[in-house]
Design a binder for this molecule. Structure first.
Ligand SMILES: [Ca+2]
Ligand SMILES: [Ca+2]
Length: 245
């Protein structure tokens, strides 16, 4: 019985010490219409790529699109990945000087993400540089005018992927991976908001390849459970063998 006890103790400790495994709890490439987890389920296709966006103009305009996931494991850590498509005549930090009397088109076009109400991204992007406009990104958290002055498309993972043209218009893909720490709620609410100053007929945006991963604690991994009958059999055999001696 001592051997059996030792084997089960070892098995128990193994179960406790195997690290939590990361798993994909949500993924969407918008190759089909998404479900009610999205506040807007409008998709469109450009240049063979399907993505979440308004079907008008250059996609979504000023406003918020929300992803809500429920049933997540409280205490698990989560990470959100997605591609942002910036399309059309975005003005980044706006025309240098940020004079509030500037017309709409000359003022900053900011864009941000909150997760369960906490700001994770607040930045801007530029395509239209005719008046010296720059962009805050790759600064992730850029209070107005303090996010740095970077050239157009800095940090892009793809350029003109969607076929909207080039230069002052065109499109840029930015990939984000946001670790949001340990979940304090089983509901995850991700709000994507554009604060752009012109309509979607001038500048717009879309989302693609949205993925949420979570480290869900798994106290008894399936792979170890498979070994359990074998360990029990080994213990039984050893006990019989010992008795015969
Ligand atoms: Ca897609
Ligand atoms: Ca603008």
């Amino acid at each position: 019985m001592k051997l059996a006890a030792a084997i089960f103790f070892t098995f128990f400790v193994l179960c406790l010490t195997v690290p939590a495994r990361a798993g994909i709890v949500y993924f969407n490439d918008f190759s089909s219409t998404p479900g009610a987890e999205w506040s807007s389920t409008s998709t469109r296709a450009s240049n063979g790529e399907s993505y979440l966006a308004s079907t008008s103009g250059y996609g979504f305009g000023n406003g918020t699109v929300t992803l809500t996931l429920t049933g997540l494991t409280v205490g698990a850590s989560a990470t959100i990945d997605f591609d942002l498509y910036v399309i059309g005549s975005w003005d980044g930090n706006g025309v240098p000087g940020n004079n509030p009397s500037y017309p709409d088109w000359a003022r900053p076009d900011n864009w941000g993400v909150t997760v369960n109400g906490i700001t994770q991204i607040y930045t801007n992007f530029v395509h239209y540089t005719y008046n010296g406009q720059t962009q805050a990104y790759p600064s992730m958290l850029a209070p107005l005018g303090s996010g740095g002055s970077n050239p157009a498309r800095t940090g892009a993972t793809a350029t003109d992927h969607l076929g909207y043209g080039t230069g002052y218009y065109g499109d840029t893909t930015y990939h984000f991976s946001i670790p949001v720490g340990n979940l304090t709620s089983s509901t995850l609410t991700v709000a994507f908001t554009s604060y752009q100053t012109e309509g979607y007929s001038n500048e717009g945006w879309g989302l693609d390849n949205v993925k949420v991963t979570s480290s869900v604690p798994t106290p008894i991994p399936a792979s170890l459970l498979l070994f359990a009958p074998g360990l029990l059999g080994l213990a039984t055999f050893r006990r019989r063998f010992d008795k015969r001696r």
